[in-house]
Write a protein that binds this ligand. Sequence first.
Ligand code: CTP
Length: 495
Amino acid sequence: MFDLGKIYTVIGGIAEERGIRAYAVGGFVRDLLMRRESVKDLDVVVEGSGIEFARWFDEKVEAEGSLVEFSDFDTARYVYTTEDEEGHKHTVFELEFAGARSEIYDELSRKPKVSTTTLHEDLTRRDFTVNAIALPIGVNGLGSEVVDPFDGAIDIEKKILRTPLDPDITFSEDPLRMMRAARFASQLGFTIEHHTYDAIARNRSRLKIVSKERICEEFFKLLATPVPSVGLYILYNTGLINEFLPEVSELNGVEELYGHQHKNNLVHTFKVVDNIAERTDNVLLRFAALMHDIGKPGTKSFVPGRGWAFDMHEHLGKKIVRDVGRRLRMSRDDIEYVALLVRWHQQPISLMDEGVTDSPVRRLIVNLEDHLQDLLTLCRSDITTGNPYKLKKRLKNYDYLEKRIAEVIEKDKLRAFQSPVRGEEIMERTGLRAGPTVGKIKKRIEDAILDGEIPHDYDAARVYFDTIKDEYLRNAEEWERGETELKIQNSKPNV
Ligand code: CTP
């Protein structure tokens, strides 16, 4: 079982026994000083080998969690999990053990060079001063003698992101840190100190050496923040976004012709992302919001009498999403999900006109399948008018459309609905031949289900069938008798 108090005691015990020091560092300490709740992993820096320390830890806690070793880096992860009712494992807490070290990406390589060092040097080689604070771990828990060589605690107070070294050095050692700056600004509500900010603009092309997987993972962390536009504007204004998603920058700008202006699609798009962030934590759906109008720059035209038009931008958008997704090494399923939403995001608006028949509504239902609610979330977030009356009215239109969709689904369900006791079984059990009486019995069962007299299941339908069948058989006999009499009468010669 995961117990943070016990973890401290065990780590502190090992440190004391072995005569080495162990420290909590990084985001854990930062969040603790900020009194942020969301602590789910603890980075531990020890003097000596990270892997060795992690093995001692595993022994002491008697394999409460699972140990994963990364021998190339001399680090180890210790993962605590729980199992849900279906037997799926979920991570509750992660410990990362590392020997004090520096990890530097050189000019060309995508893999860092790792070397052992002192705690002070380890902190110097970290991304931001607020992440370069260490707290000793002892048997009684975290110690109070903070190791804070770059005044990170003050920067936390001032809500400032600043690199411990010259930012050109810190960013060039790991260029992904430039994206982390934008993410932390968005996530923690911090301001990037101006030298650090300028260095992002200056060093942005260094991001090229970082793998697309790391970039995408970090970018999605930014999209997961409460107001993603904070980070998105930093990426845009520093030009960093052009290193991995230049299509977004293309959205910027307003053109005017004959007194007609179109809206600034970058400003609009970032607002849509903020809107959707209020409605969902699904980061892929947030990404779809970022991409929804990505086809607009490539389809823009001025149509006399109509003004600015972006005809078929959703089709071009779908294509761009696939290019971008492949470039960012997203999974095929994720790409197709985003492409689908971008392709259809214009459609719901056209279904709000009066007199629209069921079939285009049905087409949307069939094409979107399980993602229809996500599309409506995107469409609702796409309303960026500053006029509260218009906003209310447009949102209401989506409520109507949602009702209409529900009605069409219900109608279609009814159309496909059949009695659980089928025609063949009715014939078998009654000895009736195919004909109107079998149809009447079937319909009677269906009506009973639709009227709520009996539940929609086979057993209930069978019991009900047994109670009504004689009535129909009697009628059928009478009818057949009548038929026979009629035949006899008809066969009598006319006199
Ligand atoms: N770190 C760094 N450079 C990076 C990544 C991480 O210097 N490119 C250091 C920072 O000191 C950071 C620590 O490693 O605090 C742990 O990294 P990580 O877990 O990725 O970030 P956190 O700061 O813990 O924040 P979060 O868990 O929210 O990502």
